[in-house]
Design a protein around this ligand. Structure first.
Ligand code: GLU
Length: 324
């Protein structure tokens, strides 16, 4: 196991916590839709049923795609569905200094290198290794690990991933293991002239908030081993993870802003909340049909059990207005 770098003061100590702390971390690239309500609700209930706190972080690192107006809409949508958060909202756009400190401590530990490879370079390399029948052609091949090729400029900074299997038990998806070095390769933590990468920022911020339980969409399951590897390298406690099945439309596509999933708010908030509870395996009883969001949520807090969330996408559980 590699030595953690966290004893350096630059990496800092995350605050120890025994209390459950959950979070919802939307990227403000558009308003929330039914799929994002499902993940927000699962995370909220998981924290609240155990007397924990629940935090909101706006992941606005990608300035070209993120807009303040979308963030404002998302916060209003959470409030109108009764999903109220604790503490101040964290804005990733204002956390650059913290990310820089962490990058500096990883660099000092010899874990970061400059990389000149473009997407085309990596695709060309992948085509070669496919021909050779190598098992993980999509993994970064480590071209720049021992220095930039002569005359080439840095396009990004990558983490030199330690060769170890990352194993964890996802609270919904079950046991997961990934050899990050072999299957993903050294991954980007910052663009040379652009933002810090999601993987670095999410680990920095989950640690700073003392998050104990990450509950989010299953599309991020594949990022989790990378995040655990980073938490470990930094010597920080690793949160527990739970990946909620994605809400998919009748074509099997994830409901997303990109494929124009209907925005929340086209139906009364209580109905959307009841539908999201149904998706999570907790349909409210008929006598709650006329309840408001607060009543539904207090019933849900008394009855929610993360273990009852189905691990596979439940298309029939999707309301008709989502294109099921
Ligand atoms: N910002 C990500 C999204 O909107 C979620 C990141 C996370 O929960 O770790 O999909």
């Amino acid at each position: 196991m590699p030595e953690p770098v966290a004893n350096s003061s630059a990496a800092g100590e995350p605050r120890p916590t025994h209390q459950v702390r959950g979070r919802f971390a939307p990227s403000p690239t558009g308003p929330l839709h039914f799929g994002s309500l499902v993940t927000a609700l699962a995370s909220f209930l998981d924290a609240r049923t155990r007397g924990g706190t629940w935090h909101v972080r706006i992941e606005d690192l990608d300035r070209a795609r993120c807009h303040r107006s979308h963030a404002d809409t998302i916060l209003r949508q959470l409030e109108s569905h009764g999903l109220t958060w604790d503490g101040d909202i964290v804005w990733q756009g204002s956390r650059g200094e913290r990310y820089a400190d962490i990058l500096a401590s990883l660099t000092a530990a010899g874990r970061i290198y400059a990389c000149a490879c473009s997407r085309q370079d990596i695709a060309a390399e992948a085509a070669l290794v496919i021909e050779q029948g190598q098992p993980h052609p999509e993994a970064y091949p480590g071209t720049c690990r021992h220095g930039l090729p002569p005359g080439r400029k840095a396009r990004s900074y990558r983490l030199a991933v330690p060769p170890e299997l990352v194993e964890f038990v996802d609270r919904i998806q079950g046991p997961v293991s990934q050899d990050v070095a072999a299957e993903v390769g050294d991954f980007v933590v910052k663009r040379a002239d652009g933002p810090y990468a999601y993987q670095l920022a999410v680990v920095a911020d989950d640690a700073a908030l003392g998050i104990t339980d990450v509950v989010r969409g299953a599309d991020l399951l594949d990022s989790t081993a990378r995040q655990i590897a980073l938490h470990r390298l930094l010597g920080w406690p690793v949160p527990r993870y739970a990946h909620v099945p994605l809400a998919v439309d009748r074509h099997g596509r994830k409901l997303s802003k990109q494929n124009l999933a209907p925005t929340l708010g086209q139906h009364p908030a209580a109905r959307e909340l009841a539908d999201a509870l149904g998706f999570l395996g907790l349909p409210p009883p008929a006598d709650l049909a006329r309840s408001n969001t607060a009543e539904l949520l207090s019933w849900a807090i008394a009855h929610f059990d993360l273990g009852r969330i189905p691990s596979v996408p439940a298309t029939p559980a999707l309301p008709a207005y989502c294109g099921a």
